[in-house]
Ligand binder design. Structure first.
Ligand code: DHB
Length: 306
């Protein structure tokens, strides 16, 4: 990798730049992951995969609002035993770190999905303990500190790769949850997953999504995500990956100043296309140069100084 001021190291993973494809967006096929890498992503994260295949919810699963997208897909995925083939193929073609997002309905399920993903070549795992609407997984795990700690411990014991823990914003104190994950051995915290939301159709007088409630993403949630990163940074020493509404370089810089070591981008791909990764990182580079910084690292958490 060519050394430059955009390089970052997250829990041992070397990234050419601090932009990462967020989980859930285009994350199943090697071809779409490749298009994101060509768009400039420093790493990619797959859509969440669990032990068994899941169909997901009936349509509609996505609704566009004035200020962002609400989705409730219902964790559709082919199951890890099928998905390992995609992971193996992805490893032969992608030249950036591949992070596999996993979920489960118990501590053991998270650990087994993580183990199988790592065995197929995943460079790191991201535990989805924050999906806002599927029963008995996601945020139901991430909101219970005892279960969360056990999920993280078991996943760490099952793999020798870095384990990221993606947290939900729909909680009273995200920093406390981050601390629980860090104590249990998490290598990094991703903050945040979507914000629990819904939309109702005035004509039919019914909720629009088939699942009624879903998760809001996009620009509307960025200030919430920045606040969460800021709070988590004050409590844990492990790296934080910012996620939520990053659309341009200024958003990315804001997350870095709040304490993130890198940012994930998802919803903005729908409006800006895969090249959003290049646009964001070249804007961050110009900012660093203009301000006289030699690396991304120099501005991580800079807004916390007194
Ligand atoms: C889904 C999962 C998530 O973690 C999320 O934030 C939103 C949607 C899903 O597959 O439905």
């Amino acid at each position: 990798m060519k050394r430059n001021r955009l390089n970052v190291n997250i829990a041992g993973l070397q990234l050419a730049n601090p932009t990462i494809l967020a989980s859930g967006i285009l994350g199943y096929s090697v071809a779409t992951l490749q298009s994101i890498v060509e768009g400039g992503a420093g790493a990619v994260i797959t859509k969440s995969v669990g032990l068994k295949p899941r169909q997901g919810y009936a349509n509609p699963t996505v609704v566009q609002t004035k200020c962002g997208l609400i989705n409730a897909m219902g964790l559709p995925n082919p199951g890890i035993d099928e998905f390992v083939n995609e992971i193996r193929e992805a490893k032969t073609v992608l030249d950036v770190p591949l992070i596999v997002s996993v979920y489960g309905f118990s501590e053991e399920e998270y650990a087994l999905a993580a183990k199988k993903a790592a065995g197929a070549g995943a460079d790191a795992l991201e535990l989805n303990v924050s999906c806002p609407h599927v029963k008995e997984t996601g945020s139901e795990i991430g909101q219970n500190s005892e279960i969360l700690a056990e999920v993280v411990r078991k996943a760490k014991a099952a793999v020798s790769k870095p384990v990221f823990v993606k947290l939900a914003p729909n909680v009273t104190d995200i920093a406390e949850i981050a601390e629980t994950a860090a104590r249990a051995g998490a290598d990094a915290i991703t903050a945040i997953n979507t914000v629990k939301a819904m939309a109702i159709d005035a004509e039919t007088a019914m909720p629009i999504l088939s699942n009624k409630k879903g998760g809001l993403s996009g620009q509307a949630i960025k200030p919430i995500a920045v606040r969460c990163v800021y709070e988590v940074y004050e409590r844990v020493k492990i790296p934080i990956i910012g996620c939520g509404g990053v659309t341009d370089w200024r958003d990315a810089v804001e997350f870095l100043l709040a304490g993130a070591s890198a940012v994930q981008i998802g919803t903005a791909i729908a409006t800006k296309g895969p090249n959003v990764f290049k646009t964001v990182s070249s804007g961050v580079n110009t900012y660093l140069k203009r301000k006289g910084f030699r690396s991304v690292k120099e501005i991580v958490g800079l807004s916390h100084r007194n």
